[in-house]
Design a protein around this ligand. Sequence first.
Ligand code: SF4
Length: 218
Amino acid sequence: MVDYPGRLAAVLFTTGCNFRCGFCHNAALLGTMRPGYSWERLGELCEDFRRQWVRAVVVTGGEPTLAPALLETLAFLRERGFEIKLDTNGSRPAVLAEALPLVDFVAMDIKCSLPSYPEFVGFDDHGAIRESIAVLLASGKPCEFRTTLIEAVHTDAEMQAIGEAIRGAPVYAVQAFLPHDDLPDPALRTAARTRPQALRHAAEIVRPMVQRVEIRGD
Ligand code: SF4
């Protein structure tokens, strides 16, 4: 009830990710590629979703654009009448562009300012992130960008740079970081949850550069 704005949605997870976010809540489960459902089993699940009044599906990860069968899976879901939201880290703009006609909504993470990607999430090609933002904004597809706010990392300068990178975006969401025992970065396992005032402060920095700002988890 929370993963697709305004929809009761099923959530399908893909495995494998090309980022190494120290705050990843899915790393233990989804970090490496694993076999997925057969088409037959996915069809059965779609029937189950329908019986449970689910008319929308969120495809998330891991990083879905790495999944070899992503486009076929989106088409499979679409043929069965589901609305589809795709989550992405924005690392594969060409795949994102191919996926756009098959989905109804895209949520793209903006982890930090683009030059900070190598250090913060272990991904060197921040040109790819810039390209994904451009692809998404030019498409006119309903979308949002979102950042998990870690106070020690997301300084005012970082937030300013994030806002400039997504200038004109329809929605930007800043969401609370939650510490957890199995986070990949040991230092973050005991770090404090993002304070509500820090979320509000970060939101105010980005607000003038986008159409709407949302605060989540305050
Ligand atoms: S991009 Fe998402 S799934 Fe990948 S490591 Fe970062 S938080 Fe985890």
